[in-house]
Every structure is written in structure tokens, then in C-alpha cells.
Design a protein around this ligand. Sequence first.
Ligand code: FAD
Ligand code: NAG
Ligand code: NAG
Ligand code: NAG
Ligand code: NAG
Ligand code: NAG
Length: 494
Amino acid sequence: MARAALLLAALSTLVAAAAAGGDAPPGKIAVVGAGIGGSAVAHFLQQHFGPRVQIDVFEKGTVGGRLATISVNKQHYESGAASFHSLSLHMQDFVRLLGLRHRREVVGRSAIFGGAHLVLEETDWYLLNLFRLWWHYGIGFLRLQMWVEEVMEKFMRIYKYQAHGYAFSGVEELLYSLGEATFINMTQRSVAESLLQVGVTQRFIDDVVSAVLRASYGQSAAMPAFAGAMSLAGAQGSLWSVEGGNKLVCSGLLRLTKANVIHATVTSVTLHSKEGKALYEVGYETEQRHSSDFYDIVVIASPLHLDNSSSNLTFQGFTPPIDDLQAAYQPTVVSLVHGYLNSSYFGFPDPKLFPFASILTTDFPSFFSTLDNICPVNISANFRRKQPQEAAVWRVQSPKPLLRTQLKTLFRSYYSVQTAEWQAHPLYGSRRTLPSFALHDQLFHLSALEWAASSVEVMAVAAKNVALLAYNRWYQDLDKIDQKDLMHKVKTEL
Ligand SMILES: Cc1cc2nc3c(=O)[nH]c(=O)nc-3n(C[C@H](O)[C@H](O)[C@H](O)COP(=O)(O)OP(=O)(O)OC[C@H]3O[C@@H](n4cnc5c(N)ncnc54)[C@H](O)[C@@H]3O)c2cc1C
Ligand SMILES: *[C@@H]1O[C@H](CO)[C@@H](O)[C@H](O)[C@H]1NC(C)=O
Ligand SMILES: *[C@@H]1O[C@H](CO)[C@@H](O)[C@H](O)[C@H]1NC(C)=O
Ligand SMILES: *[C@@H]1O[C@H](CO)[C@@H](O)[C@H](O)[C@H]1NC(C)=O
Ligand SMILES: *[C@@H]1O[C@H](CO)[C@@H](O)[C@H](O)[C@H]1NC(C)=O
Ligand SMILES: *[C@@H]1O[C@H](CO)[C@@H](O)[C@H](O)[C@H]1NC(C)=O
């Protein structure tokens, strides 16, 4: 009886799918951008639609996007995203799937610099740290931890929903399903406001929270609470990175997927239709020429910046027009300096006594936000971190390129300086509404989720969501899109 009902249900789904003309898999899929978002979505799309679907990935720069390395003195160093939280489950999966390894953590202490002196120093002994934080900031520090943990715990529900095949058409729907009105509210009010409400002191926010947010987002505690909580989680958990360079995940996924990587700049997406179904023409430019091709599904896996350095991507033939995408991003400059730190600047005249590998800053001095003594992307078993009096590779993050005078302040002397200028994260506050993933039937904007929080794992979550959304829409499985009360549904399923 139950079996017959199941069979009937399966049959009716098939019939419905056939009626909608959606029984055949898509022919071709285009992905714009080969950062982690684009590489991961190519992988997930293939997982869902099967190996016969052709996936073209367009990349105007280099595979990896904001995962990138720079070579200094014959070794490679991360110049974009450096590390991930241990609970980054999709990233952990990719690394396992690709046979990559975690890079060994080389311990080093950090401190927060407040312009004139260090406001907080990390010691070798964890309990002592806790004690100091307690001594300085009281119970507020524990309240912060609880607040962050609660957000992370709810955010982690997404993995369960995704494992059950559920997708969301917009950022608001996704956040609501995880944390209801509280999460939506957290995208609208500031970190500072939310923390003060749970009893964290202004002093702790000014000294510690601001420094962490500056280091990770280049923004202040006035940024939205949700993005803030996600980055504070990164400051607490144990972090990891990929041996050989984080960008290996992107090239690895593309290779695994056998995606067709096209080195070109996509300039337009134009809507056409074929037998009542949408068909998208993707226009692209290489150095030599302009071409275009037709696709059943298109995923934009890149922010659409409001700058004029890159040619704009335009959407043609859509009603209503698609024009609400461009938004401002926060520029961040990463400078890799090979040289000798001026430890006097931080109050340590004798460089041998400078104990820190990492310095965060509060709002003063304003010309840099972090300074790290970094290790190359491939380190051997006997590798040790450079001593502070030795020449080392320091990674300095700053809102603007460092001036020579600023470099001379931070370093006694240096051999080389190499920089990468990024449009690093959304400039939170420059957009009033949470964007949608679905721009049209089968046209998606993966980077929409960056407006909730911007990290590599968040983009991997967005990639899985967009792949599921495309799949569920293609086969008209509307019960798997924007469902309410999923906590209850996934408990009773299976
Ligand atoms: C300095 C820095 C430090 C960071 N640190 C961390 C960290 O420690 N941990 C963490 O989790 N996250 C970190 N992040 C954030 C993280 O790097 C990003 O959230 C993530 O890499 C974004 O991936 P993406 O694929 O969405 O976008 P991107 O990596 O930006 O990829 C988009 C790609 O699309 C391409 N593209 C754009 N337009 C077109 C077009 N028209 N045609 C063809 N190709 C196009 C671009 O060239 C690019 O390669 C950091 C970012 C920066 C800049
Ligand atoms: C968010 O919630 C707080 C209290 O829970 C409330 O005071 C505030 O008005 C809410 N903000 C928004 C934008 O909804
Ligand atoms: C765009 O270009 C104009 C003129 O070339 C320049 O003045 C302006 O600053 C640029 N804007 C951005 C955001 O780069
Ligand atoms: C990109 O779009 C903006 C706003 O629509 C426009 O001002 C700018 O000139 C465009 N840039 C290019 C290179 O087309
Ligand atoms: C180092 O920092 C000290 C203290 O801020 C400063 O006086 C000095 O000029 C800096 N530069 C060098 C090269 O020592
Ligand atoms: C790391 O890479 C550099 C340059 O690519 C190479 O010289 C070095 O031998 C590598 N080290 C290890 C341990 O693989």
C-alpha cells in the first residue's frame, strides 16, 4: 500500500516534470567568475545535473579570484583570503575530495595596538589569556562568546537544509529560515548596538571587537551585526588554510568538474526564448574579439562593482530590467613586505624582545589595520617562524596603498614590497535591501550572499544554494524552494 502510494507519487512527479518540459537535463551552463563561488557552483551543478552537462566558466583575471598568492624571495604567500574557520564544512569537504592537505599551523602570539601602546597582549598560556580578558573586561567577554556561538549554531543549520536539497531564492529567505526575524534584524542593526544590548561593554567593543572587525572587514563596529558575528567567530575558532595555497581549491574543483574555463570578460547577458523556455546569450570579450554563446542556465559568481576599471556587465531584454546589482565594495590593500620590523614603533626598542607574530589595531593608527609575520603556503616539517630580529615576510593590510614614509615607520629597512589591491568586501550600509539569488528563471547571482557576510565558506554555501535552486527550478520541484519551518521538516523527513 505504502509502496504503491510512493510509486504513484514518483510517477506524478515525473508526469509533472514532463508536462513542464523539464525532464531533459539542461544542455549548457555558464558560470561567470572562477573564484571560490564560481568553482564551487560548477562542482555542485555537475553533482546535481550529472556529468553530461557542459559547464563553461568565464574568468577575466586569474582562477581563484580573491584566493591568490604572491611570490616573495622564491616562496609563495597568501595575498587574498588567508584562513578559514574549522567549521567551514564545504571547504573541508573540497579539501578532502581533492586530496589536498591542511597547512600546519605555526603558532604565534597576537596583540592589539592602540596607537600609543598595546591594549591587549596574548600570552602563551590560554587560561592566563582568559583571566586577563576577564580582569580587563569582566563578564562582557563571555557574553560576546555566547552571542557569537548562538549565531554560528543557527547558521550551521544551512548544511542540514542543503543536504536535504532545500534552496532559497533570496538572501532574506535563507537567513529567515536559519534565524528567523533575529537574523534579518541582525543585518539591519550594528554590531555595537547588538553587543551593548547583550551586556558587552563599550570598552570591550572599542578595544577588541573593533580591532577584529577592522582586521577582517576593514570596517567598524557600526557594520551590521550578522556579518560582524561571522567574522568574530573566525577570531575565536581554530583557523586553517590549504597547503600549497588556498586557490588550489578553485583550480582543483574546476579540473574535477572538467569545466571548460574560458579566459574572457563577460560583458552582457541577453534574454531570448526557445520553445517557451528562457535561453540566455552570454556576450564576452577576449583580447582579440567579441563572441557570444547560448546557455540554459547562467550563474554570475562575482560581485558587480561600481567602479569603472572593469567593463560593466549589462543585462538586456529583461522586463522588468535587472539593474539593481551594482554596489560599493571596501578597498583593501595587502602589502607583502620582506624586511626588518621596526619594533620600537610598538614600544619594543630591542627587536629580539618583540614577542608577537600578529598585530591588530584599534582605530588609531589609521594607516594600517593588521600586520602579520606570515609563513609561505608550503611549509616543511622543520619550518619555524622567523624571529622578530630577522628579516621576515610581513603582510600589512591597509585601506590605501602604504606611503614610503609609512613603510619607513613600520620597518627599519626592507628588501621588497609587493602589493595586491582588492575590492575586498561589500561596503555594508551602502545597500538598503538584501538582494536576491534569482535574477530571472535560470539566471542567478551567487554573490548576493556576500551582503549577509563575506567569507570563503559563505560563498561556498551560496554556491550550493544556487546549484540547488537551479536544479529544483529546472525540475519544477517547488516544494524544495523557500520552504518555511525547515527545522521541523528536516526532523520528520527520512
Ligand atoms: C585581503 C582579503 C582577505 C580576506 N580574508 C579572508 C579570510 O581570511 N577568510 C575568508 O573566509 N575570507 C576572506 N576574504 C574574503 C574572501 O576572499 C571572499 O569572500 C571570497 O574569496 C569571494 O569569492 P567569490 O568567488 O565570491 O568572488 P571572487 O573571488 O572575487 O571571484 C570572482 C571572479 O570573477 C571574475 N570576474 C568578475 N567579473 C567578471 C566578468 N565580467 N567576466 C569574467 N570574469 C569576471 C573575477 O576576476 C574573479 O576571479 C578576504 C578577502 C580579501 C580581499
Ligand atoms: C531589532 O531588534 C531590536 C530588539 O530586539 C529592536 O529594538 C530593533 O528595533 C530591531 N531593529 C529592526 C531594524 O528591526
Ligand atoms: C571613474 O573614472 C573617472 C574618470 O576617468 C574618475 O574620475 C573616477 O574617480 C573613477 N571612479 C572610480 C570609482 O574609480
Ligand atoms: C559602468 O556603469 C556605470 C553606471 O551605469 C557608468 O557610469 C560607467 O561609465 C560604466 N563603465 C564602463 C566602463 O562602461
Ligand atoms: C621606528 O619607530 C620609532 C618609534 O615610533 C621612530 O622614532 C623611528 O623613526 C622609526 N623608524 C626607524 C627606522 O627606526
Ligand atoms: C615550496 O615552494 C617553493 C617555491 O614554489 C619551493 O622552492 C619549495 O621547495 C617548496 N617547499 C616545499 C616544502 O614543498
